[in-house]
Design a binder for this molecule. Structure first.
Ligand code: GAP
Length: 507
């Protein structure tokens, strides 16, 4: 198995080779932090999106879905605070001319100290064997304590500086820590400046009459500005939610780590409208619900954790991330934010329209509070690939790579193979393919040896391979091979659809 450092590279190569993800505009040397999904990738992505929609909208009577435009009136982003506050601190190195996110340089520095602590613990674990008590070691070992103290001191300077937009304090911290450009080793830095992440373009045909508008950096605002339309047309009563999936755009300063941080990406967001004062109750409710959702996707518990925000976004009074253990460590996968009435009140003020809800139970009219769940579809996709990617040594000494995707998310559910290209086997296999393809995504293949075909489908995660052989001609039975166990069983053709449907059962 590739080590953690190489795992991301391995997954990127695998994703390209097997038609999951391609670099955008590759024939023109690519466009940084923009990616295209290939045939297998677009199926997997669609399956994740559909599952989210089913679990959030179809399974909740009080959540409805919408699909709003990417372009919105420019005042939306003034009201939401994105024009003034959707910034990242940016710093340039004068020698290498490379640009960095100043807070990320500091966080990377912290990660290095954490790695040092982990190395100490690993060494001690080896030395003390089964008697080793990690908690006690962390609390008593002098070197570990010094490192932990250093991390705490850095955080105590970084996060207040971020919250107060104190760029000079961030620059001082970089200098005090002696952080050098990771590429050139130079410490010749510019001042730290705020960089707004929104992309803008112009709408309208004439040069004078054209207006500057933004590509949405989050799908949430499309929900906020439609909240009354939706509430009135669906007659939803608080508490209720509005969900949507769609593209969002951010001009990220540091664009790396494959589809983890993209400039064009897809979000799946849900705004839950509630009575003021009940936000903490709902915040905790959605925190648990969303964690359970990730577990239901087949992600193991130990690869997920909560992380409270150290720096709150300009709209939130409480926020937590669900982090997944990506190849580059635990990183944000989803955010749950208590956004109070920040957005709706701001839209009331800027639009001059009332966005109140009349609560017939309390006889009051108020601006609802909102708890939001916001997940990046591309990050979820990367989490699924990371979790599913498996290299396996087989009993005969050979190796295989397989994608252990939960069957319902696999791009293809069934592959149908005739053992050979003659003696009526392809015709029989085509008949089976035609009888299944209305119900399942199926793939028909007759090229190469059967072993090679199995390997190809292991590598894209196809859970069931059906092989038509000479016995099929005699008794209308086929073998059905299960991807993970490689076990084959002989079943009659008329049972295939029922068996596959049973094994693919979802919520
Ligand atoms: N409406 C709230 C919001 O947008 P966020 O934490 O900025 O909150 C939510 O983004 C989710 O969107 C993140 O947890 C992440 O999964 C995804 N996301 C954010 N920026 C991204 C990027 N540049 N590339 C890929 N996914 C991103």
């Amino acid at each position: 198995m590739a080590n953690q450092a190489d795992l991301l590279k391995t997954i990127i190569a695998h994703a390209k080779e097997y038609g999951f993800v391609f670099q955008s505009s590759e024939i023109y040397d690519g466009l940084s932090a923009v990616y295209d999904y290939g045939p297998n990738g677009s199926e997997l992505k669609k399956n994740i999106r559909n599952y989210w929609w089913k679990t959030m909208v179809q399974m909740h009577e009080n959540i409805v879905g919408i699909d709003t435009a990417i372009f919105m009136h420019p005042t939306v982003w003034k009201a939401s605070g994105h024009v003034d506050a959707f910034n990242d601190p940016m710093i340039d190195n004068k020698d290498s001319k490379k640009r960095y996110r100043a807070d990320v340089l500091i966080e990377d520095y912290i990660t290095k100290i954490e790695a040092k602590i982990n190395r100490e613990i690993f060494k001690a674990q080896k030395r003390f064997g089964t008697t080793f008590d990690e908690k006690q070691y962390r609390q008593t070992n002098q070197r570990v304590l010094t490192s932990i103290k250093k991390i705490d001191e850095i955080k105590a300077r970084l996060y207040p500086a971020m919250n107060k937009n104190n760029m000079a304090a961030i620059k001082h911290l970089i200098e005090d820590l002696g952080i050098a450009d990771p590429v050139s080793g130079s410490k010749n830095w510019t001042e730290v400046r705020q960089f707004n992440l929104m992309f803008s373009t112009r709408i309208g045909s004439t040069a004078d009459g054209a207006t500057e508008i933004y590509l949405r950096p989050e799908t949430a605002q499309g929900i906020f500005i439609n909240y009354l339309n939706v509430q009135k047309t669906t007659r939803m009563k608080i508490p209720f939610g509005i969900a949507q999936t769609g593209k969002a755009f951010r001009n990220e300063i540091v664009a790396r780590q494959f589809i983890f941080r993209m400039r064009e990406f897809e979000q799946m967001e849900m705004q839950f409208f509630i009575r003021p004062g009940t936000e903490m109750e709902w915040y905790h409710y959605w925190k648990e619900e969303r964690m359970n959702w990730h577990l239901s996707m087949g992600i193991p518990k130990e690869k997920l954790r909560f992380h409270d925000h150290d720096k709150l976004a300009h709209y939130a009074n409480a926020a937590v991330d669900i982090e997944f253990e990506f190849p580059m460590g635990f990183k944000e996968l989803e955010g749950i934010h208590s956004r109070t009435d920040f957005d709706l009140s701001a839209h009331e003020k800027f639009s001059g329209r009332k966005l109140r809800y009349f609560d017939s139970e309390t006889n009051e009219s108020y601006v609802p509070y909102v708890v939001e769940t916001s997940i990046g579809l591309d990050r979820m996709f990367l989490a699924m690939l990371t979790n599913a990617y498996t290299e396996e040594k087989l009993n005969d000494g050979s190796e295989r790579v397989l994608m252990k995707l939960p069957p319902q998310f696999a791009p293809y559910k069934v592959a149908v193979f005739p053992l050979t290209k003659k003696d009526g086997l392809p015709e029989k296999a085509r008949g089976i393919m035609n009888s299944l393809k209305n119900s399942f995504m199926c793939f028909y293949e007759e090229k190469d040896t059967i072993g090679k075909r199995y390997r190809r489908h292991d590598a894209i995660g196809t859970p069931y391979c059906i092989t038509v052989d000479y016995q099929t001609i005699e008794d209308d039975t086929v073998t059905i091979r299960e991807r993970n166990s490689m076990q084959q069983e002989r079943v009659s053709i008329d049972k295939i659809a029922g068996i596959v449907a049973e094994r693919l059962k979802v919520v």
